[in-house]
Design a binder for this molecule. Sequence first.
Ligand code: ATP
Ligand code: MG
Length: 386
Amino acid sequence: MTTPILPGATLGVLGGGQLGRMFVHAAQALGYATAVLDADADSPAGTVSHHHVRTGYLDADGLRELAARSAAVTTEFENVPAEALATLAGQRPVAPSAAAVAVCQDRAAEKAQFVRCGVPCAPHALIQTQAQLDAVGDELLPGILKTARMGYDGKGQVRVRDRAELAQAWGELKQAPCVLEKMLPLALELSVVVARSRDGEVVHLPVQQNLHRDGILAVTQVPAPDASEAQRQQAVACAERIAASLDYVGVLCVEFFVLADGTLVANEMAPRPHNSGHYSIDACDVSQFELQVRAMTGLPLVAPRLHSPAVMLNLLGDLWFDAGGTERTPAWAQVLAVPGVHLHLYGKAQARRGRKMGHLTVTAATAQAARDIALQVARILGLPAF
Ligand code: ATP
Ligand code: MG
């Protein structure tokens, strides 16, 4: 057994976004102090942390200060340069490891990892050269061309119907290394958050069902209303297998597609808590962020229990503008008058369309009630029904 780093110590996190902010909240609730490294003076996590190191990820002084302040370090940002994690790992325990994060940063490496674990994924081809583009088989079209690195919220992706569109799309993506995936007939989308300790112990959150709009997560429902028990078990088993294969320490989320014929296919994974796991703050007795704290410090992992069915709605910057494009404040007082609503705003000063400004989770005694209330709240906010 690893000797745990106990409350009172300072925990460091690379990245100051909303995931870092919710990590800071969970760490502080357990009695830890926190240190955030992020260049932005107004970052959501930096503004609520005990310490805020305001440098870039590769700044030697910044990394030194973060290591000096922290008993252990984690990341909230998937695309943090692997060198930054490797540098820190020379000085402090870092979870997840630079090697595991590097796999998740690259769609090609990620898919290779799925294949190694016997986890099915979409038929795909790596496109790094004109020759590879020319050699693409017709069976991959129509498809989605995705940049191998730095994609999120549907950015860096182009849907292509034929070869002409594929060639054009690769040009639009500046001929960056890409993965072309076959367009699959999706029946639904699921995700699983697992946490794994240094000793190889694994726990998981209940399986989430996700609805995306324009490539961005919009709604998460738990329990997953349309997944079979077998599909849920298979998703959890796949995620645990992937975590074990990476000797993963920390929180890992794996996204899945369920195809029209019921087959489960892994889409991608994130080496950190995930937007689809935010409901766990309000609906589970242990949140994904507390699991992140427990895993990085070597505290015991306990299996989270869902105490209320939940529906999570993402709150994008679009809500801060009326139909005419004038800025406004969403009707928070009206939303908060509805029982079972838990509002989380990330403290971002500037609303932009498509920017994740916050989320809210509805908890209720039954899944039907949670859904009804979430639909009521969606109406108040002007969000589409689901
Ligand atoms: P994230 O914000 O989750 O990191 P991302 O930009 O990395 O998003 P993906 O998860 O690859 O993007 O894709 C976003 C969404 O696009 C998926 O959730 C799914 O709805 C749709 N999609 C992606 N790949 C496929 C596919 N091969 N077939 C059908 N739909 C797909
Ligand atoms: Mg995704």
